[in-house]
Design a protein around this ligand. Structure first.
Ligand code: 6Z5
Length: 342
């Protein structure tokens, strides 16, 4: 399934993830997240001395279609390379476990930042929202819908930059083709998902972006409810409260994303052209990152890093070039990219 997976030795006292201390070239540290079949740990790559996050999946706890979902998430993460999307560096597999080594978002969830700081100023929200829109636009341009956009999945790096995480619900879509799997988090879910009809993936992501922008500026959800039914009725009514402190421009942009009719909902282009978005200039680097043609170019090799790696035992130039230009996710490509991103 996955391109180049390493079979690794993992030293452990007894068979529990908690007591695992090392996997491959990674020293495992504290647990930063726990799911029902995965644990996420902070780790240090001993060769480059950089921090990474490792999602440790116990395959034995997964049924067939959850295992398929994991492999789909890995395939999708392998093709995404964007400054505001969590980067996958390496995939390791043993008979029982899968280890996904990714970029570590040191700032944690923006959700927690909002809980602490109540809400963002509209200017701060605009800077952050440009990054979120760029990450989603990049996914859509590569025929990937996220389908679980929410404040809990918007991570921050050490410099308050967005790192979109958790492509567990993402999927590949074909332009114009409808999707039908209903997923994501109800307060962020578009009305058409509640109606169980087939829906347009990207347009459902745009609705979630509208909810995200509301949450960034207000620090609360536009649609909420004690029960799923109460929530659903609010979402399909399309009515939400606008607090006194929200500017008219911000309200207008949110309304254009939270339109019940998916066909009338703003596109990414229209979002970016909206005057509320002009208060913070869009980072020119993001224009480049978005253009799908950059995937076709072979990434130019960083010779300094190659020279540095040639000091390591057992490595030669062609192994490094092959791992990088062959888009591997093995130890060699991880050492190279972790040095480059350091
Ligand atoms: C491997 C990957 C992508 C991942 O799966 N998670 C988990 C773990 C916790 C969590 C969450 O709380 C929300 C979303 C994703 C996640 C990651 N968490 C981080 N940083 C972090 C740092 C302090 C608090 C929360 C997250 N960096 C990378 C990841």
């Amino acid at each position: 399934m996955v391109s180049v997976m390493d079979r690794v030795n993992s030293s452990r006292q007894n068979y529990s993830v908690e007591r695992l201390v090392r996997v491959g070239y990674y020293k495992l540290e504290q647990t930063i997240g726990k799911g029902n079949y995965a644990v996420v740990k902070l780790a240090t790559h001993v060769v480059t001395n950089t921090k990474v996050a490792i999602k440790i999946i116990d395959k034995s706890k997964l049924d067939e279609d959850n295992l398929k979902k994991i492999f789909r998430e890995i395939q999708i993460l392998m093709k995404l390379r964007h400054p505001h999307i969590i980067r996958l560096y390496q995939v390791m597999e043993t008979d029982r476990m899968i280890y996904l080594v990714t970029e570590y978002a040191a700032g944690g969830e923006i959700f927690d930042y909002l809980v602490k700081n109540e809400r963002l100023s509209e200017e701060q929200a605009c800077r952050i929202f440009h990054q979120i829109v760029a990450a989603v636009s990049y996914c859509h341009s590569r025929n990937v819908v996220h389908r679980d956009l929410k404040a809990e999945n918007l991570l921050l790096d050490a410099n308050m930059n967005i790192k979109l995480a958790d492509f567990g619900f993402s999927n590949n879509f074909e332009a114009g083709k409808k999707l039908c799997t209903c997923c994501g988090s109800p307060p962020y879910a578009a009305p058409e998902l509640f109606q169980g009809v087939q829906y347009d993936g990207p347009k459902a992501d745009i609705w979630s972006l509208g909810v995200v922008l509301y949450v960034l500026v207000c620090g609360s959800l536009p649609f909420d409810g004690q029960t799923l039914i109460a929530l659903k009725n609010k979402v399909i009514s399309g009515k939400f409260r606008v607090p006194y402190f929200m500017s008219a421009e911000c309200e207008q942009l949110i309304r254009q994303m939270l339109l019940l009719d998916p066909e009338r909902r703003y596109s990414i282009r229209q979002i970016r052209a909206h005057k509320w978005m002009a208060q913070v200039p869009m980072d020119p680097l993001l224009e480049v990152a978005e253009n799908p043609t950059i995937d076709l170019e072979l990434p130019e090799i960083n010779q300094t890093v190659v020279e540095h790696m040639l000091q390591l035992p057992g490595l030669n130039r062609e192994m490094i070039i092959e791992a990088v230009q062959g888009n591997h996710f093995d130890h060699i490509s991880a050492i190279y990219h972790l040095f480059v991103d350091k």
